[in-house]
Ligand binder design. Structure first.
Ligand code: PLP
Length: 406
């Protein structure tokens, strides 16, 4: 059923405001999404009513907050259909989740001369942690290439995989090009060689249904703030057998079972990976965001966003001098482009004064920009609360940019 977008927009107080005297047109959703009132209320309610450090107290408040935190874990487990709640590790976000795997998996399984495969369109957070492992272990990074459309050349995997390949880490949806990568195919190719796969889900869970068991990925990382939840909380999903085999990422309180000066025995999952006071309030807020998404329905969200993407692609392509970057057949969430030879920052600055928030630059995917030999792009990224009319405003804004700069 088509979403009642006008009604939905009322759930997001930030969208009601004007900037520079113009109605805000927020098209920077790939960077972060706005928060519905229920999430904002839940965070305030937690601080007002149950705030207390989790897992360490026998008193009423601590039990309430611990219970709410663990219920959030179960909510995430159900949302992505993980087999067990303890396969859900709360982190600061996608970046920390990937760093956790890169460090812990790297410590345990990566030796000199081993290889790690990533793709040509990774966010820096799925490049740098692996480079750090390679530096530490004297291992090699290998790259799945992409074509002009911004699609991965997955057949190249057959050439790239060797008996030294220890892990493959790829993004599900590219944050700079919008490409939806064929992760099922990648996972099944990798598994036929017994290689585990980490999926960077920072741009996918908000746009499409994720079932980690069906995908059969070994690790899946995402950020709360990109799925209408609070900033500062995210998730690493890992299959039990991997999480049990890799060492803790950080040491401290909560991740221990027993400590003496001679030896520490680590806690069981998931606590082994959650050292120190967790961001429990935001984890609870994340569960509220998930509930909100579920109430709207992920399939209806996907349909609404598909319509926005199609409308934007058609409207923008009618602007003379506009060139798209990332024209894959399978795309979601993001449209990247340049207008004539106008620098993306200039385009972004003028659009900003018209109340339109887009992102400009390399979007933390510098190798993608290098591939196209451009300094960056203008990126419009969509959420289900965006309207076709907002896309019209963007197109009018771009015409103004051309008049001023062309
Ligand atoms: N991976 C992708 C594809 C992203 O788009 C982002 C953020 O934009 C990240 C990873 C990093 O997410 P965070 O900064 O929330 O850790």
């Amino acid at each position: 059923m088509p979403l009642d977008v006008e009604k939905i927009r009322k759930d997001f107080p930030i969208l009601q405001q004007q900037v520079y005297g113009k109605p805000l047109v927020y098209l920077d959703n790939a960077a972060t999404t706005q928060k519905p009132q229920v999430v904002i209320d839940k965070i305030a309610e937690c601080y007002r009513t149950i705030n207390s450090n989790i897992h360490r107290g026998v008193h009423y408040l601590s039990e309430r907050s611990s219970e709410a935190y663990e219920n959030s874990r179960t909510a995430v487990q159900k949302f992505i259909n993980a087999k067990f709640p303890f396969e859900i590790i709360f982190t600061r976000g996608t970046t920390e989740a990937i760093n956790l795997v890169a460090f812990s998996f790297g410590e345990k399984f990566i030796r000199e001369g081993d290889e790690i495969i990533i793709s040509a369109m990774e966010h820096h957070s799925n490049i740098v942690p692996w480079q750090m492992v390679c530096e530490r272990k004297n291992a090699k990074l290998r790259i799945i290439p992409m074509n002009e459309e911004g699609e991965l050349i997955v057949d190249e995997l057959d050439r790239l995989i060797s008996n030294r390949t220890k892990i493959i880490a790829v993004t599900h949806i590219s944050n700079s090009l919008g490409t939806i990568n064929p992760i099922k195919e990648i996972i099944s190719k990798a598994h036929s060689h017994k290689i585990p796969v980490l999926i960077d889900g920072a741009q996918s869970l908000q746009h499409t249904k994720i079932d980690v068991q069906e995908l059969d990925c070994d690790f899946y990382a995402f950020s709360g703030h990109k799925i209408y939840g609070p900033a500062g909380v995210g998730v690493l999903y890992g299959k039990e057998e991997w999480l049990n085999h890799i060492p803790p990422y950080q040491g401290g309180g909560d991740m221990i079972h027993n400590v003496t000066f001679e030896k520490t025995v680590y806690n069981k999952l998931p606590f082994k990976f959650e050292a120190g006071t967790a961001n429990y309030i935001d984890a609870i807020g994340l569960a509220t965001a998930i509930e909100y998404i579920q109430n709207i329905g992920i399939y209806d969200i996907a349909m609404q966003e598909h319509q926005l993407m199609q409308y934007a692609a058609t409207k923008l392509s009618s602007i003379d001098g506009l060139k798209f970057y990332g024209t894959a057949k399978n795309k979601a969430g993001v449209i990247s482009f340049l207008l004539q030879d106008i620098h993306p920052y200039d385009t972004g600055m003028i659009l900003d004064k018209l109340g339109i928030a887009v992102r400009t630059g390399n979007h933390c995917t510098q190798p993608v920009m290098d591939w196209y030999k451009i300094p960056g792009t203008v990126r419009a990224s969509f959420a289900f609360y965006n309207t076709l009319q907002e896309i019209d405003v963007l197109c009018d804004g771009l015409q103004k940019v051309k008049e001023m700069m062309g």
